[in-house]
Design a protein. Structure first.
Length: 108
């Protein structure tokens, strides 16, 4: 019985963790070029140390951060303004695009 409970729990956890953010990488790339590239670089690898490198960051982190800027829960005058204009779809697309770039996390 214990093995069955562990197997069911593990399977459920795998299903949940396998469900990523829906998003369109190409749409994210287009939006990144229009909105994010001036500070973060076109691929999220900012050449300026004053701006964070966001390439390769996890999708969920990028999405949560942008939502926090948009809502005002996270404060930064520039990012609050930039995120305010983003739709939910824009945020999802940016998250998958920047997560797909080489940068912070190791690629497989």
């Amino acid at each position: 019985m214990k093995n069955l409970v562990i197997a069911v729990f593990s399977g459920t956890l795998l299903l949940i963790s396998g469900q990523g953010i829906a998003g369109d990488i190409e749409a994210g790339k287009k939006k990144a070029t229009e909105v994010c590239a001036a500070c973060h670089g076109p691929d999220g690898n900012s050449p300026n140390p004053a701006f964070p490198k966001i390439a390769g960051q996890y999708e969920t982190y990028i999405e949560r951060t942008l939502i926090s800027y948009k809502s005002g829960a996270r404060k930064d005058p520039v990012m609050n303004g930039m995120a305010a204009a983003l739709s939910k779809e824009d945020i999802e697309n940016l998250a998958v695009y920047f997560a797909s770039q080489r940068g912070l996390k190791t690629k497989k």
